[in-house]
Design a protein around this ligand. Structure first.
Ligand code: GDP
Ligand code: FE
Ligand code: FE
Ligand code: FE
Length: 187
C-alpha cells in the first residue's frame, strides 16, 4: 500500500492531533529503519497504522479481545492497553493488511515485551520519541537510540513503569519483562 492511501485510511479513524502524532511517528520510524537497514516501506505502513484502533469504543475493543481470543488479562489494565492488540487484528479484517511483522509491531507498541524484533523495537521507540513527545527522560532515549536501540527501549520501559507507579496505575507484565530483560543483558 502507498503512503498516501494508508494515511487517508487512518485519518478517518483518528482525531487531528493523533493524526499529526502518527505522521511524526512515521517519519521517526523511517529514519530509524534506514539507519538499522530494515525495509523502509514496511516500517512506514506499520507506523501509519500503529494507532489505528486508538479511538474505537472501549466496549467494541473488549468484544474483539473476547472474540479473537486475545489474552484475557488485557481487560484488567484499562482500555488504553487494548488499541495495540486489537488494532493489529482490525487492520487485517478492515484494511486487509496481513503481515506478521507489521501486526506484531502494532500489537506490542504500547507495552513492549521481551525479545522484541528490531522491527517491533523501531515502532515501539518511534512512538515514544517522536518530536512531539516531552516525557521526562525522553531526551536521553533520543540520544542513545541510533547507537543502542536495546538501551533505548529499556529506558522507555523503565520511564513508563516509573510514570505508571507514580500515578498508581496497573502495569502490564510485558512491560516489566522488557525492563527485566535489559537488566539481565547489561548486568
Ligand atoms: P499513544 O497511543 O501514541 O498515546 O502511545 P501508547 O500506545 O504508547 O500508549 C500510551 C499510554 O499507554 C499511556 O497512557 C501510558 O501511560 C499507557 N501505558 C503504557 N504502558 C502501560 C502499561 O504497562 N500498563 C498500563 N496500564 N498503561 C500503560
Ligand atoms: Fe498507541
Ligand atoms: Fe508508546
Ligand atoms: Fe502512538
Amino acid at each position: 500500500m502507498e503512503r498516501k492511501q494508508a494515511l487517508a485510511l487512518v485519518k478517518e479513524q483518528l482525531r487531528p492531533k493523533r493524526y499529526e502524532h502518527t505522521v511524526r511517528v512515521t517519519d521517526t520510524a523511517i529514519s530509524l529503519a534506514r539507519h538499522y537497514k530494515l525495509d523502509v516501506k514496511k516500517i512506514e505502513i506499520a507506523a501509519i497504522f500503529h494507532d489505528y484502533a486508538k479511538y474505537r469504543n472501549p466496549n467494541e475493543m473488549k468484544r474483539w479481545v473476547l472474540s479473537e481470543k486475545l489474552p484475557q488479562d488485557l481487560l484488567e489494565y484499562g482500555p488504553e492497553l487494548l488499541h495495540g492488540p486489537v488494532g493489529s487484528i482490525m487492520i487485517e479484517k478492515e484494511v486487509g493488511i496481513k503481515d506478521p511483522e507489521i501486526q506484531s509491531a502494532i500489537y506490542y507498541h504500547t507495552t513492549g515485551k521481551r525479545n522484541m524484533s528490531l522491527f517491533d523495537q523501531i515502532i515501539f521507540i518511534a512512538d515514544y520519541i517522536e518530536p512531539g513527545r516531552s516525557f521526562p527522560g525522553v531526551e536521553e532515549v533520543r540520544s542513545v537510540v541510533y547507537h543502542d536501540i536495546n538501551k533505548a527501549c529499556w529506558l522507555a520501559a523503565r520511564n513508563t513503569i516509573e510514570f505508571l507507579m507514580e500515578h498508581e496505575q496497573p502495569i502490564y507484565p510485558d512491560t516489566f519483562q522488557l525492563y527485566n530483560e535489559g537488566l539481565v543483558k547489561t548486568g
